[in-house]
Ligand binder design. Structure first.
Ligand SMILES: Cc1ncc(COP(=O)(O)O)c(C=O)c1O
Length: 375
C-alpha cells in the first residue's frame, strides 16, 4: 500500500485498498478501454462492438412487464418465479433460492459458511474468477487445487483434493467449466462430495448446464446434504441483463442462505420476465442451445485448421477456449479482432492457460465476421 493514505484509504478495510475488482467483460471494454493496451474508443464504437467475451447468448428477447404494483415491495421470493423454476428443475420450492444472478449465490454461500479471516474456500483453477473475488471481499482464504489434463479435458485432481479435507469450508466445482468448457466427470464430482461430506459444502456451478443438460448434478441433492447447485438465466436463457440466478440445495441450506440475502432480492419486473422465460419460452431456449451447439462444432473445426492455433479445448458450454502457437500470435489474434470491434476474452493469465483465448458463441453472422477478420 502507498505511504500517504487518503482518509478513505485509512478508514477502509486495508486489504480492499489495493484489491483489483473482477475484470468483467463489460468493465474491461466499457467506453475507454477499446483494446488490450487500454487505448480508448468512443461511445459510438462501444455500441457497435461484437461482444463475444462474456458467454452471453446472441439475439434480444421481447418482454412486456406490468407496472401495476411497482409502488409496492416485491415478495421476498416471488411465487410466479419460484413456481416456474420448481417446475423447470423438478425440485421443491423450499429447495430453491432466486438470486441476482448466480454471482449473488456465490457470495451468499461464502458469507454464510466462511468466517472472515478464519475459514477458506477451495477452487480448482483454471476456473471462474468470482469465487476468489467474493472470498477476498469477505476475508475468506483461498486454497487452490488445479485441474489436471486427464485426456477427458481438464478434470479434478482427487488425490490433491483429499489432502485438503478439513482445511476448507466450501469447495467450488464448475461443470461445464469456465473458461475450460468441458464437463467434470460425474464420478469425480461424487467422489469429491464424498471426500468433503462431513467437513465442507461442495458447490457445483452449473451456469452452462443447459448446453449439456443430461450431465446435471441436481440428483445428488437428494443424497448428500453438503451439496449446492448454482444455475443462471444469463446463458442459455439469453437474459444476462436481467440478473437472475438460482441456488438449489437442501431446505435447511436454503433457510440459512435466506437469513443472509437482502430482503427484496428479486424485483417484480425481473420475476415477471424470468417466469415467462421459464414457462412459455422453454422451446425457444432449447432451439437456441441447438443452434449454439451446431455453430460451436463448426467454429471448433475451423479453429483446429488454423496454423496459429495449437489446441482447441473440447466444449460442453456456449464458448470455445483455444491456445495460440505463441504469445505473438495470441496478441496478434486478439488485437486484430479488437481493431475490428470484435471482443473475445484473453484467458492467458489463468493457471495452465498460457496463450489461450476464449470465444463466446454469438450469432452465425458474428462468428462468420470473426472468421473473415482472422482469415
Ligand atoms: C461459471 C459461472 N458461474 C456463474 C456466472 C455468473 O452468472 P450470473 O450472470 O448469473 O451472475 C458465470 C458468468 O459468466 C459463470 O461463467
Amino acid at each position: 500500500m502507498s505511504t500517504s493514505l487518503t482518509l478513505i484509504e485509512r478508514l477502509a478495510r486495508e486489504e480492499l485498498v489495493d484489491m483489483v475488482p473482477y475484470q468483467s467483460a463489460r468493465r474491461l471494454f466499457a467506453h475507454g478501454n477499446a483494446n488490450s493496451n487500454g487505448a480508448s474508443g468512443d461511445a459510438e464504437q462501444t455500441a457497435h462492438k461484437v461482444w463475444l467475451n462474456a458467454n452471453e447468448a446472441p439475439g434480444k428477447g421481447e418482454y412486456q412487464v406490468s407496472s401495476d404494483n411497482i409502488n409496492r415491495y416485491p415478495d421476498f421470493q416471488p411465487d410466479n418465479l419460484l413456481n416456474a423454476y420448481s417446475e423447470y428443475c423438478g425440485l421443491e420450492r423450499s429447495q430453491i433460492l432466486a438470486t441476482r444472478g448466480a454471482d449473488e449465490g456465490i457470495e451468499l454461500i461464502i458469507r454464510s459458511f466462511c468466517r472472515a479471516y478464519q475459514d477458506s474456500i477451495l477452487i480448482c483453477p483454471p476456473t471462474y474468477g468470482m469465487y476468489a473475488i467474493s472470498a477476498e471481499n469477505h476475508g475468506a482464504g483461498i486454497v487452490k487445487v488445479p485441474l489436471q489434463n486427464a485426456g477427458q479435458g481438464m478434470q479434478l485432481n482427487l488425490d490433491a483434493l483429499a489432502s485438503k479435507v478439513g482445511k476448507v469450508k466450501v469447495v467450488f466445482l464448475c461443470s461445464p467449466g469456465n473458461p475450460t468448457g468441458n464437463l467434470l466427470s460425474k464420478k469425480d464430482i461424487v467422489a469429491a462430495i464424498e471426500l468433503f461430506k462431513d467437513s465442507a459444502i461442495v458447490v457445483v456451478d452449473e451456469a452452462y448446464i443447459e448446453f449439456s443438460p443430461e450431465q446435471t448434478s441436481i440428483d445428488l441433492l437428494a443424497q448428500y446434504e453438503n451439496v449446492i447447485v448454482l444455475r443462471t438465466l444469463s446463458k442459455a436463457f439469453a437474459l444476462a441483463g436481467l440478473r437472475c440466478g438460482f441456488t438449489l440445495a437442501s431446505k435447511e441450506t436454503i433457510t440459512l442462505l435466506s437469513k443472509v440475502i437482502a430482503p427484496y432480492p428479486i424485483s417484480a419486473p425481473v420475476a415477471a420476465i424470468a417466469s415467462k422465460a421459464l414457462s412459455t419460452d422453454l422451446e425457444e431456449m432449447a432451439q437456441r442451445v441447438q443452434a449454439c451447439n451446431r455453430l460451436k462444432a463448426t467454429l471448433s473445426l475451423w479453429l483446429s485448421e488454423q496454423n496459429w492455433c495449437s489446441e482447441v479445448f473440447a466444449s460442453d458450454a456456449n464458448f470455445i477456449l483455444f491456445r495460440c502457437m505463441n504469445l505473438q500470435e495470441k496478441t496478434r489474434i486478439f488485437d486484430t479482432l479488437v481493431e475490428k470491434n470484435i471482443l473475445i476474452r484473453d484467458q492467458s493469465k489463468q493457471m495452465q492457460l498460457e496463450n489461450c483465448l476464449r470465444i463466446s458463441i454469438g450469432s452465425e453472422q458474428e462468428i462468420t465476421q470473426l472468421k473473415e477478420v482472422l482469415s
